[in-house]
Ligand binder design. Sequence first.
Ligand code: TXA
Ligand code: MG
Length: 358
Amino acid sequence: MYKWKEDVRMKTILMDMTKGTDESLMSEAGKIIREGGLVAFPTETVYGLGGNALDPEASGKIYAAKGRPSDNPLIVHIADMSALEPIAAEIPEQARKLAQKFWPGPLTMVFRKTDLVPMATTGGLDTVAVRMPDNEIALELIRAGGGYIAAPSANTSGRPSPTKASHVMDDLEGKIECVIDGGPVGIGVESTIVDLTEGAPVILRPGYINQQMLEDALKVEVTIDKGLTANDPSIHPKAPGMKYRHYAPKAGLVIVEGKAEAVVEKISALTEVDVKEGKKVGIIATNETAGLYRQGLVKSAGTREDEITISQRLYSILREFDDMDVDRIYSEAFETPQLGQAIMNRLIKAAGHQIINV
Ligand code: TXA
Ligand code: MG
């Protein structure tokens, strides 16, 4: 396997497309992909680290740059429906319905793969995860790059996914050819992954497109992979990546769950003890509660009135607390209606399952 070596640092080009796509820069970025290099780019969910999905060596470089275990498959990004058939051995009717309704958008679907997709891209699986992102820069880059871009989130493995180009530069500068800055992303948590290879649709990773939205579109029951919520370690998640402790901040993170008032009281009490011991404490709150904390470094993720503000800010806050070298982070729980499942899935993983109920 290709191995990225510490001593081969390269100059990472930062392309500014915050004011819109740029034709000549885009053709340069497309050329990098077609020649086997890596370009990080914005999508509507998080920034992706892109390489030619049909080139096993490019996939190898992605794993190496991220420091990611190579049994963790990559999502193949396409820009047009006509690109699906060459890589999916079978396209179930339900997948067509979901594509019609949610593509381009934050939904990834798992198909049985054709031989066109190298095993290096799918981590040795005979299935392939595919998504069409809802972002103009991403779509143009996919077309300029030859039609198939493998892209995991553009973070170093184990760090929160990047929601701004500066996060990507922090993690990958010197390791990849190019980063396209398209400004901050809109959703902030990774796409929903749905497996359609077993007949009944199963959610392998919750995201913006939630269970209810999928059931409404398909008019059948959609289940959630048992491996995501099981306490039994012998039940593995079906998406290999979901078994890793991703999104882990350097400081210990503890979630406090319950009625708003009780949560504020509990976090305040815990913070008081830590501060007395000389610890630096970060608190993840919301606009509704931020003013109620008397101690600690308080950051508001957003407002419960508009839950996407919370998903947008969450990973960024975890990185900010990392940079501030806090010793401990307390977070309120965010069981909001549409995005709650996706947000809490990430937060619980970041917390290594440390949850206090009040
Ligand atoms: O929103 C997103 O999906 C972002 C942007 C960049 O598109 N991408 C992303 O990729 O989150 P990544 O590599 O960080 O996460 C991909 C997840 C992993 O948990 C992986 O195990 C799972 O998708 N996955 C990929 N291919 C799969 C397959 N064939 N079967 C099951 N799970 C798969
Ligand atoms: Mg990731």
